[in-house]
Write a protein that binds this ligand. Structure first.
Ligand code: ADP
Length: 603
């Protein structure tokens, strides 16, 4: 069928010098829009008003790959924008674009439940509802205490004993007095932290109760007074953990991360010296020694995990065992808040603060909501930039997600407002997880394609205004960069037809590197059926993708754990599996004990 239409594309270009830079991309973009509208075209980039002649009505809409679109709430970290622009994404323009015309919404505060309910298959939100259950210090303490009661303190002894004040005042006094009265026992040190403050604000360390003062809800926690020291400096680990789903529970830890040092030597004789006792960068960067060269540490106050691992290996420390213990802490902590309300297409990036003591026992200090993504030094830049790139990869956007405008147009009459279920048979009506290519292709061909002109104008405007930034960047070969390349390369319809629907880049396939096998003791997901198609499952085997960049799947870690996390989380069975895992780890530790030499404590 042939017909003629006219389209007027109003191109907003503020600076004439940008016209040359963007004209090529603009042409390509318009070519894409023209195919989408669908028309033939003649373009004159020197004019701000373009007339496009319509012709070929049979152009295949699947060929059109628009840039992915991100939406940032105010105060979202600048690096998120930078990374997404590097990857060829464009920024959502509220005035120009339809409300649902975006792929990723990033904000520092929780989303409203209506945001969760109206989520579209092509969208992701960076917060899960009620994740705050483990990120507020008092909630975390309460949840871990409950787990200790239910599953035994042996498994949950990774968190220092804690009291929430003023509620637990009597209990605290009882514990404090008991310690004081026991002969030959050195009284503990305590740390008092406001429950809803971060970055080391309002923290107090004390030994004598007369020094304890507070004027808000605080948590009083046993102070780990024998931390691992490097050259006399205290350190802790900022571990990045990404939960791509709470139901079924799916947890990734990031192999790279930050070691954060105090900038003055540890000294129990000066409890009020924050530069010696707190490892927050937000505090230490203002210390007198921050910029100075510190023996054994260097300048600044950060190392990468890679450097830390090499350091441990030099001293014969089994870093693998340490990391296994840390992974167990992460899983057990997240189990304490599972299940959270079911919500689809969200993810949560947590910052776990782990302190290691001089016996190499890792302790969980707290879990951070919105771990800091500011760039204080070059190490931050290296770790956090890559982390964000890998998060975007983990979000597993598919080519189909770039077709959101077509889908929006097609689905306007039948708006989807269904959080996908995790159990039961999957029907098109009740499974608004990611659409398969086939589904969208069908919906496109079944309904006349009438994308909102408003949205189209917005896209053109964005491409024009962002081209400058985008051409400067040198993105790595990632799914989104490949999508972008593809978008810029017109395809023939026969090419499109011949493409395999599972043509994801290698990075999305499960990887079985030797390193990964260390992290996954029994990585076997072959015999499990999952009825829905959440974004974090691989197309190939419908199992959680085992590795994406430096993200490594730590839960589910075997078939039994996978089964127990589906259809409502069976915490009891999971704990049983973890107990088995811990026993195995202990056994291998005993076997290796003779080989290891604990030099590090004396360093
Ligand atoms: P904030 O949210 O204010 O950063 P944290 O719980 O992370 O609070 O504590 C800040 C710092 O204090 C940690 O990075 C760590 O160096 C130190 N710290 C906190 N709790 C303990 C503890 N129980 N034992 C030893 N050091 C601690």
């Amino acid at each position: 069928m042939k017909r003629c239409v006219f389209i007027q594309a109003h191109v907003c270009i503020e600076h004439r010098s940008e016209i040359c830079i963007c004209s090529f991309r603009l042409m390509r973009k318009l070519r894409g829009l023209v195919r989408q509208f669908p028309v033939n075209y003649s373009l004159n980039t020197r004019a701000s008003k373009m007339e496009v002649m319509a012709d070929d009505y049979e152009t295949e809409t699947q060929d059109i790959l628009k840039p992915l679109v991100f939406r940032l709430h105010e105060n979202a970290p600048a690096i998120v924008r930078e990374v997404l622009l590097e990857r060829g994404w464009t920024e959502f323009d509220q005035k120009e674009q339809d409300d649902t015309d975006w792929n990723l919404y990033w904000r520092n505060s929780p989303f409203r439940m209506t945001d969760h309910h109206s989520i579209k298959p092509w969208q992701r939100l960076n917060h899960y509802p009620e994740a705050v259950r483990i990120t507020r210090k008092d909630y975390l303490a309460r949840n871990l205490k409950r787990m200790k009661g239910a599953y035994g303190s042996a498994l949950y002894e990774f968190s220092p004993v804690a009291f929430i004040m003023p509620n637990d005042y009597v209990k605290f006094i009882a514990e404090y007095s008991k310690e004081r009265q026991s002969v030959g026992r050195r009284p503990s040190y305590w740390i008092c932290k406001p429950v809803d403050l971060s970055r080391g604000r309002g923290i107090l360390i004390f030994q004598d109760i007369k020094d304890l003062v507070y004027d808000c809800t605080v948590i009083v926690q046993k102070y780990i007074s024998n931390p691992l020291l490097i050259s006399g400096y205290k350190l802790d680990l900022r571990l990045y953990v990404c939960v791509t789903s709470f139901c079924p529970l799916t947890i990734y830890t990031y192999e790279e991360g930050l070691v954060r040092f105090a900038t003055e030597k540890f000294d129990l004789g000066s409890l009020d010296n924050v530069y010696a006792h707190l490892t927050n960068t937000s505090i230490n960067k203002y210390g007198a020694s921050y910029k100075k060269y510190k023996e054994g540490i260097g300048c600044g106050c950060k190392w990468t995990f890679s450097k830390f691992r090499s350091y441990l290996r030099i001293f014969g420390v089994d870093d693998l065992l340490l990391w296994q213990k840390i992974n167990n802490i992460v899983i057990l902590t997240l189990l304490a808040v599972t299940p959270l309300p079911v919500a689809s297409n969200c993810f949560e990036l947590f910052g776990f603060d782990i302190l290691i003591d001089d016996k190499f026992k890792p302790w969980l200090l707290e879990v951070n909501y919105n771990p800091a993504l500011c760039l204080d030094c070059s190490i931050d830049d290296t770790v956090k930039r890559r982390l964000l790139h890998d998060i975007v990869e983990l979000l597993n956007y598919k080519e189909i997600d770039t077709l959101r405008q077509n889908e929006m147009a097609g689905s306007k009459a039948v708006r989807r407002r269904v959080p996908w279920r995790t159990a039961g048979p999957s029907t098109p009506e009740e499974a608004p997880g990611l659409l398969t290519c086939r589904k969208v292709a069908t919906s496109n061909s079944a309904s006349p394609v009438q994308p909102a002109p408003k949205a189209a104008r917005g896209s053109i405007h964005k491409v024009a205004s962002l081209t400058k930034k985008t051409v400067r960047a040198h993105p790595r070969k990632t799914l989104t960069s490949q999508l972008r390349e593809k978008m810029n390369r017109p395809k023939t319809s026969s090419q499109a037809k011949n493409e395999d629907k599972n043509k994801l880049p290698a990075v999305h396939s499960p990887c079985s590197s030797a390193q990964l096998n260390h992290w996954l003791p029994t990585p076997d997901f072959r015999n499990c059926k999952i009825s829905t198609h959440p974004y974090f499952l691989s197309d190939k085997d419908q199992r959680p993708i085992r590795r994406v960049g430096d993200f490594v799947l730590i839960f589910p870690f075997n078939e039994a754990a996978l089964q127990a996390s589906r259809d409502g989380t069976d915490v009891k069975s999971i704990i049983k599996e973890i107990n088995k895992l811990v026993s195995k780890q202990l056994l291998s530790k005993q076997q290796n004990t003779k080989k290891r030499v604990g030099y590090l404590t004396s360093v």
